[in-house]
Write a protein that binds this ligand. Structure first.
Ligand SMILES: NC(=O)c1ccc[n+]([C@@H]2O[C@H](COP(=O)([O-])OP(=O)(O)OC[C@H]3O[C@@H](n4cnc5c(N)ncnc54)[C@H](OP(=O)(O)O)[C@@H]3O)[C@@H](O)[C@H]2O)c1
Length: 301
């Protein structure tokens, strides 16, 4: 039986991702076949297509983007224990997820809790896992005032919710159009760009920062707001954050199951800005690359 995959045969623009078909063989030793129900779109997907990740994860072309998805087990390969036909699962791996049927190593699967739907389950691994890891790394709790750069995005919006659940006060940066959205998540919104430091200071004294944006202006604001008195962590390490001594997020083992449990417990819920057919992956990647998604984009095979 043929199934859809989204594929690119040269690095560059999201437009290079086009619709293809494939015949999935039965799953090999240690593999599970998943009928994909939802795929979450992440900035890492367009970065992969652009070729930016080649120094770290060299890819053999043609490639298939996509690092997280959810679905149902449709076949189990030899030697697999712990997963059976019909199980609902979350997949997280390095590329290959933009497809309707996927053969994946069973080690990349996490059971999907019954309490969340497939769309939410598709979003928990990367944004939820990074948010959870960042807050653990910072040791956030009652008495903290956390400033989150990029609070309306996938990682940022999860970080806001989890930090609030830990008892922290949250100041979140976003453009004006996302301020009501942030208030709804329990954050105090501030606009970024010129005057961010003054606006944030007028709300209170920041004790920790989660940076999901990176770059010169954001790093300068982090350094100024903390004044050397508090930790910061970034999901976008680069020369500016390194020079400022801002730690890169250390992703925790077990974060996918932890984030899925937090979602099932209602501690974090992803706003789905748009659901697109899998075949419109190029449009989803272009939206992600433009940098202003609220919450998440999800592809439906
Ligand atoms: N290291 C890791 O393991 C890891 C894991 C996950 C993600 N990441 C990286 O972390 C970054 C964020 O990921 P994501 O999924 O959260 O991205 P995302 O969902 O695409 O983020 C979009 C959000 O960024 C906001 N934004 C854009 N420019 C901003 C600025 N200058 N200041 C504040 N907010 C701004 C936008 O808000 P407005 O529309 O209001 O501007 C939008 O809501 C990406 O670079 C991603 O690759 C790394």
């Amino acid at each position: 039986m043929t199934s859809t995959k989204m594929t690119f045969d040269r690095f560059g623009s999201p437009d290079f991702v086009t619709v293809g078909e494939e015949e999935q063989p039965p799953p090999a030793e240690g593999e599970v076949q998943v009928g994909v129900r939802a795929v979450a779109v992440n900035p890492v997907d367009w970065k992969l297509v652009a070729g930016y990740l080649e120094p770290y994860f060299p890819l053999q072309l043609p490639g298939v983007p996509g690092c997280e998805a959810s679905g149902t087990v449709t076949a189990v390969g030899p030697g697999v224990t712990g997963f059976g036909m019909g199980d609902e699962v979350i997949w997280n791996g390095v590329a290959g997820g933009y497809r309707a049927v996927a053969n994946v190593p069973s080690a990349q699967l996490t059971p999907k809790p019954a309490g969340i739907d497939f769309e939410q389950a598709a979003c928990v691994a990367i944004a939820g896992g990074a948010a959870y890891s960042a807050l653990v790394q910072l040791g956030i709790g009652v008495g903290d005032t956390v400033l989150i750069h990029g609070a309306a995005g996938g990682v940022g919006s999860a970080t806001v919710q989890l930090a609030r659940d830990l008892g922290a006060r949250v100041i979140g940066t976003a453009s004006e159009q996302n301020h009501d959205y942030l208030r709804g998540l329990g954050a105090e919104p501030v606009a970024y760009r010129e005057g961010l430091v003054e606006r944030a200071r007028s709300l209170g004294s920041v004790t920790a920062v989660v940076d999901t944006i990176g770059g010169e202006a954001t790093t300068a604001a982090t350094v100024e707001l903390l004044g050397g008195h508090g930790p910061a962590v970034t999901t976008v390490p680069g020369k500016e954050t390194n020079a400022a001594g801002i730690a890169a997020v250390r992703l925790l083992d077990g974060r996918v199951a932890d984030a899925a449990r937090l979602a099932a417990d209602g501690k974090v819920r992803f706003h789905i800005q748009e659901r697109l057919p899998l075949t419109e992956a190029a449009r989803a990647l272009a939206l992600s690359r433009a940098g202003h998604v609220r919450g998440k984009l999800v592809l439906i095979p």
